[in-house]
Write a protein that binds this ligand. Sequence first.
Ligand code: C2E
Ligand code: MG
Ligand code: MG
Length: 487
Amino acid sequence: MDTWQFISLGVAAALSCLYALERKKRVQATSDRDRALDQMSAKNDQDFRTGLMTPDAFDKALNDATQKADRAGGSYAVLAIVLDNFGLIQDGFETEIGDQVLKLTAQRLLTSVGHSASVCKGEGGEFAVLLSGGVPIGTQAARRINAELSKPLELSANTTQSTCSIGIAVYPEHGARAKMWGNASLAMRSLKSSGGNDYCVYDPAMAVQARDEAVMVNDLRQAVEAQQFTLYFQPKIDAQSLQVTAAEALLRWHHPTRGFVSPVVFIPLAEKHGLMGPIGNWVIEEASRTAAVWLQSGLRMRVAVNISGYQMRQDNLVEHIVSVLERHGVQPERFTCEITETVAMEDTAATKLTFEKMRQAGFHVSIDDFGTGYSSLGSLRRLPAAELKIDRAFVMDLETSEEARSIAKSIIDMARALGLKVIAEGVETLGQSNLLVDMGCDELQGFLYSLPIPAEDLQKMAMQRHGGSGSDFRDSLYATNFLRDIG
Ligand code: C2E
Ligand code: MG
Ligand code: MG
């Protein structure tokens, strides 16, 4: 790293500390204020900010509804509602804006369900509704709430919008009185983890799934310590020369009793339960160590690491990577950060700062799973990206779908216009590879070239192709007639 990069990184680090301090102060002030408001609310059974019932008052309403249903043989529905992006609104705007959103949401809830229903303000952006009637009444109300709450919110300073997720549990169909609110919340959380912005009726299988998830998360907590993780590597191939330019690190978890657990399953769990920090750091350490081993044996290429949303929001991610790379003697330009399009487009103060620091540190940034999100040309131009990675879904359908071909071609053209390289992931057939090369795709990655394999195997492969001597990876690993070799 040259002096200028070092100074820039220092400035960015200072900015990041200021931002973190400012955020900490705001969170502290907000929670002190919220505690005071909650105490005031508790005295009146009425939430001070929204005028809705407090959770204690709602509990009493649930008791009354249960007695009534037991006496008359009727039923009631509990709806657990959460504003899907209330966390982001709280993080990105002043406290007063958050309060205005809650107040407007409360009014819209009352409009949607009428004054005969009990409506409660829970924690953060959560609400609950109690209605007499069964599943059809509950789902009708949920549809009205979904529609009403997704309308734009006119605030004093600006306009914002939020969707909501609703879980529904019905008494006595879905369990005892004491479980009603919990079961509705379980349905809401289960819906939210699969995308949200909808409603969903409680199912006992959700409880089983939640228990299973809790056990898995517990195991995941110990997996780093117990050395159950390994990294596999999959090469990225230059489309013209068929030489290896980089290797993507892909995490593997060998669970002692479940066997291999896919990262598609455990990475979202780690994100959701705050475990991505230690796991992500382990990946960075191991990938850098491997890159150093490769360098020492004469293999030169980039190592690519997938960076999750949680990591992007960490204050010191870039400083951490820089120090690990320095310790292993690996240059920052040799380190690729793969960030999914969805995370890259989050556009919060925290992710913007991380991108800026990545630019200053000189990392190579790749936008992963490209085509699945909603980037605009403008937002892409602002990112320090060097590469777009076409999502496997489009590559998979290339030979059969005109639409997939058009999407791949527009991604390649857009990348050209922005001066970015394009790589296609999930290339499995020669037909897909030929189409991509004809469209002007720069690099290819997929089972056609290699499965993800252990680091030593990748190294051995490279060495064998060069008669066992150490060599520059750029003109090694695959002979130019590689496709003929495997054909
Ligand atoms: P990704 O980063 O988009 O990685 C590509 C995935 O496609 C990998 O799945 C890879 O094994 C698979 N793949 C590669 N070529 C082919 C092909 O030709 N055909 C098919 N069918 N699949 C192919 P994997 O290893 O299961 O990883 C899945 C996802 O998990 C990754 O998607 C990434 O989002 C996440 N992930 C994996 N390791 C890490 C990690 O260390 N950190 C983070 N944050 N996420 C990771
Ligand atoms: Mg990736
Ligand atoms: Mg991908």
